[in-house]
Design a protein around this ligand. Structure first.
Ligand code: NAP
Length: 247
């Protein structure tokens, strides 16, 4: 598959590495230009390009940039055919991203993103910690594989997202529509808690839309007290503690 990835941070770089290793034709861009991605390209076989080039002539686009940086993408995406799957990894943390009134007032993050960029998104890899994504992938069928939820309204785009999640070494779980994607937002039991398929199904049923934002902010407030001294296990422990899942 031809895949364009925007964003080469904690999540995006791992996606470039894993999807290239799985045989996909990956072109990748950050905000500073392709020259800053030459080493990654050489190492992985991906092609370093501009943001505009990353979106052209691809089957799927993965947006792995901060949520607040989405709005300017509208112009870049305007010429992308409607059948190209746009997969979004982003999450909203007001303590990090600044307050977005519409989301604070209850608009779903994926609805806000879709409104900003002018087209619907499929949500994937938003509910997996970067460290989990980097080190916990397993081959299909291997015991103890971690699951990742995927939400979206377009069946074809969701199928592509689920195939790509599997290619990164995780069980893809259909988490339903965008209207129900509050079940995989920050502060939900399914959010970055590294669950098996069965646990993830249970977590989706236990989500509480009203409590999500308070749990998100409590978790972030605790993490900020760690300063620079925390690791993936610390983040996992916080996410599990604020949602009390799994027990
Ligand atoms: N970190 C996690 O554990 C985690 C887990 C799940 C989901 N997420 C979500 O996934 C997204 C990415 O997270 P991250 O931690 O990987 O972020 P990150 O480390 O801060 O990296 C962000 C990347 O986005 C690039 N970028 C920003 N604006 C861009 C633009 N207009 N065009 C192209 N590239 C652009 C940056 O490029 P430059 O460096 O050149 O500016 C950078 O490569 C966020 O929305 C985050 O909430 C993160």
């Amino acid at each position: 598959m031809k895949i364009g990835i925007l964003g080469v941070g904690f999540i995006g770089e791992t996606l470039v590495r894993k999807l290239s290793a799985a045989g996909h034709d990956v072109r990748v861009a950050n905000s500073r230009g392709p020259d800053t991605l030459r080493d990654l390209a050489q190492e992985t076989g991906a092609t370093a390009v501009t943001s505009s080039e990353a979106l052209q002539d691809v089957d799927a686009i993965i947006l792995s940039i901060p949520l607040a940086k989405m709005p300017p993408l509208k112009d870049l995406l305007a010429s992308v055919p409607a059948d190209v799957a746009v997969i979004d990894t982003s999450n909203y943390y007001p303590l990090r991203d600044g307050h977005i009134a519409a989301i604070d007032d209850g608009q779903l993050e994926s609805e806000w993103v879709a409104e900003q960029i002018g087209r619907p998104v499929t949500r994937a890899w938003n509910a997996v910690l970067a460290g989990t994504l980097r080190k916990d992938g397993k081959a299909k069928g291997e015991a103890g594989r971690t699951a990742i939820p995927v939400a979206g309204d377009d069946a074809a785009a969701k199928a592509i997202a689920m195939e790509l999640v599997e290619a990164t070494g995780f069980d893809a779980v259909d988490a339903g529509s965008i209207a129900g994607s509050w079940r995989i937002q920050t502060g939900s039991p399914a959010y970055c808690t590294a669950l098996t398929v069965d646990q993830l199904h249970e977590a989706l049923t236990l989500a509480d839309r009203d409590l999500g934002p308070a749990r998100r902010d409590a978790g972030m407030a605790v993490v900020l007290t760690f300063g620079a001294k925390y690791n993936n296990e610390d983040l996992l422990a916080v996410n599990r503690a604020v949602t009390r899942f799994p027990k």
